[in-house]
Design a protein around this ligand. Structure first.
Ligand SMILES: NC(=O)c1ccc[n+]([C@@H]2O[C@H](COP(=O)([O-])OP(=O)(O)OC[C@H]3O[C@@H](n4cnc5c(N)ncnc54)[C@H](OP(=O)(O)O)[C@@H]3O)[C@@H](O)[C@H]2O)c1
Length: 248
């Protein structure tokens, strides 16, 4: 029970990486709250996580939403030991495709969303808490056609350093996880035809040194390490979990 007696909030915990992390944290003894915007899936998520978990509606871009989330978590569980600021938006963005909507979606959900999440939970973070950001392997190297997502994720990597310094007195650790190409529902939101999506995934898998896409569980295990006291000496860093894609 690596998270016994700990309370964790996972934003974007109703799908993919966030949902897998919520399941793992629960099996490791944590009290878990997850958030998402689409309430129609909440019944299914409660069925998967069990009644002990809290499933809350909130857009990470809205301070009112996130303060309401923080209030409900506090009422149910008390203070917070772990926050996985996981909610994010990744979308192809060749320079000529970037318009106001795409720019605002990518920058606001990733960057503003993480800033707002921290602002909302700050009063409830216990001394020694772990705050984990979700970045991406696309920010580790130059990549074609996804510059805006890479720039947003690079901002988060920087915030992990700055905030670790800013909150040294409260012993709050900020770290990031940079997932590689992970097989989650995320890319199904890109509007591709199913057969094109499948062939894109298969080509991508061949380009990864270990020969496969990552799973949401691969990232959940990295989050577990950063959430647990085993990583108490790990501060302001970014853990790349990408099958070697950006490293080899
Ligand atoms: N999959 C990959 O290959 C990959 C690679 C690198 C990094 N990442 C990062 O990993 C994180 C999770 O991605 P995933 O692959 O697990 O995607 P996913 O399956 O699409 O899950 C995204 C989650 O975020 C929530 N969300 C999205 N926008 C939100 C908002 N404005 N406010 C609150 N919740 C919001 C979604 O719920 P609602 O839609 O209901 O709000 C959902 O629960 C993201 O930050 C992503 O950039 C993923």
């Amino acid at each position: 029970m690596r998270l016994a007696n700990k309370t964790a909030l996972i934003t974007g915990g109703t799908s993919g990486i966030g949902l897998a992390t919520a399941k793992l944290f629960l099996t490791e003894g944590a009290r878990v709250a997850v958030t998402g915007r689409n309430e129609t899936v909440f019944g299914q998520i409660i069925a998967e996580l069990g009644n002990e978990a809290l499933v809350l509606k909130g857009d990470v871009r809205s301070i009112d939403d996130m303060r309401a989330v923080a209030r409900q978590v506090k009422e149910r569980f008390g203070g917070l030991d772990v926050v996985f600021a996981n909610a994010g938006h990744a979308f192809p963005s060749p320079i000529n495709d970037i318009d106001d909507t795409l720019y605002d979606d990518i920058m606001d959900i990733n960057v503003k969303g993480t800033v707002v999440t921290l602002q909302a939970v700050l009063p409830d973070l216990r001394e020694g808490a772990s705050f984990i950001m979700n970045t991406s392997f696309v920010a580790q190297t130059g990549k074609h056609g996804i510059s805006l997502t890479a720039a947003a994720k690079a901002s988060l990597r920087s915030l992990a350093r700055s905030w670790s310094f800013e909150f040294l007195d409260r012993k709050i650790r900020f770290n990031a996880i940079a997932p590689g190409a992970i097989d989650t529902p995320l890319t199904s939101k890109w509007g591709m035809r199913p057969q094109d999506l499948l062939s894109m995934k298969s080509e991508l898998a061949k380009s990864i040194p270990v020969g496969r896409l990552g799973t949401a569980e691969d990232i959940a295990h990295a989050a577990l390490y950063l959430a647990s006291d085993e990583s108490s000496y790990v501060v302001g860093t970014e853990l790349v979990v990408d099958g070697g894609a950006s490293q080899l």
